[in-house]
Design a protein around this ligand. Structure first.
Ligand code: SF4
Ligand code: SF4
Ligand code: SF4
Length: 359
């Protein structure tokens, strides 16, 4: 083993084993990390199945798990990509609702269930200019209250291939010539790569294209061909679909202590727009948020809630865009008329009995 490999191994070995899991993507970089972690005695890993992953990669993740003696859990989101698609519109670089809902949501839940505080990744600086800024121990805004450890950040691509060769690590079939992993219709992939994936993954692409065609027709888009050929990747959903919703005055928003009006408006809009994606559950450090079985919408266990309002912060560390995916991205977004809660005569009654579910 060369020096770089040895120091990476010691870095991983010094992490608290019971609190660390590998975030395994099925690609060559995370394969190296999975192997090093297994040698260092880390026994947990999670593969986040976004429901738009290639079945071949999922099968491979299961096989690697038994080969390395690491328990790789295939974690799935609460709502699939295709369940959320008609509600939130085409995923794009300007409408990126999918990462928090179908990729990171289940990783947050996996971490909470298993007492994990650190995710080991296979990120490398060489891969992009953004990644050049990453640190060995870093934060990911999509994984609140967790840290990411990036042990092969300074490895080169050649280091990775050397390690794979030296240790005879198994890659997914055909990967070395034709690397494929991650979501098969990611808007961040190149057009060439997406064209190839359309042919390779028809069971995902055909329903997606059918949806895009219907969406283009409904929206009356002018350049339908350009949209279908790849324009969808940078599409921004129209703002005109927002409607103003007036809150009922009767029994309005009784919430404890210090919540300010902005938070109250966010709270109401979360409840009104909630599509049950589960992305905001991880925002609560106390685990007080849940999806109601009765309504399928966000709700709170008032006995566990400490009224910190972390779940109502629209920006900043450990927050979700707009504090809620549907509030931010839903095609049929409902906004609360601020005057219904901001007028001095309508100020909120300080009472804990009402919260999310009682609007
Ligand atoms: S399609 Fe791309 S942007 Fe969406 S969840 Fe997958 S990786 Fe994230
Ligand atoms: S409140 Fe918003 S983020 Fe939370 S589960 Fe509902 S839609 Fe998802
Ligand atoms: S306000 Fe309550 S539900 Fe929201 S994050 Fe804080 S403790 Fe959790």
């Amino acid at each position: 083993m060369n020096k770089k490999f040895i120091s990476t191994f010691y870095f991983i070995q010094n992490l608290p084993k019971e609190k660390t899991a590998v975030a395994f993507s099925g690609g060559k970089d995370s394969l190296v990390v999975l192997h090093l972690a297994s040698m260092a005695g880390i026994r947990k890993a999670v593969f986040s199945d976004t429901t738009i992953e290639s079945q071949k990669v999922i099968d491979y993740a299961k096989e690697v798990s038994s080969a390395f003696g690491v328990e790789v859990e295939i974690a799935r989101p609460r709502k699939t990509f295709f369940e959320l698609l008609p509600l939130l519109g085409p995923p794009s670089t300007k409408n990126r609702w999918c990462c928090p809902t179908v990729k990171y949501q289940q990783m947050n839940e996996y971490a909470r269930r298993n007492g994990i505080q650190i995710f080991l990744t296979g990120l490398r600086r060489e891969e992009s200019s953004r990644r050049r800024q990453y640190k060995e121990i870093d934060r990911n805004p999509m994984l609140p209250y967790l840290v990411e450890a990036n042990p092969i950040l300074d490895w080169t691509e050649q280091d990775v291939w050397d390690y794979i060769k030296d240790n005879a690590l198994p890659l997914p079939p055909g990967y070395a010539e034709h690397p494929r992993n991650g979501c098969v219709l990611c808007p961040y992939k190149s057009e060439t790569e997406l064209e190839a994936l359309q042919k390779e993954e028809p069971s995902i692409w055909e329903p997606f294209m059918a949806y895009l065609k219907e969406f283009a027709r409904e929206q009356g888009l002018k350049d339908v061909e350009g949209f279908l050929k790849g324009g969808w990747r940078h599409y921004r959903a129209p703002q005109k679909r927002r409607v103003i919703y007036e809150l009922p005055q009767e029994g309005l928003m009784k919430i404890a202590d210090k919540a300010n009006q902005k938070q109250l408006r966010i709270l109401a809009e979360k409840q009104l727009n909630c599509v049950g994606c589960g992305a905001c559950l991880s925002l609560c450090p106390k685990g007080a948020l849940f999806l109601s079985e009765e309504t399928g919408r966000i709700d709170v266990d008032a006995s566990a809630c400490t009224r910190c309002y972390d779940c109502l912060r629209a920006s900043g560390e450990n927050s979700l865009r707009g504090a809620c995916i549907a509030r931010n991205y839903s095609l049929a977004k409902q906004k609360v008329d601020a005057s219904t809660i901001l007028g001095p005569s309508k100020l909120v009654e300080l009472n804990t009995t009402f919260y999310f579910s009682r609007l």
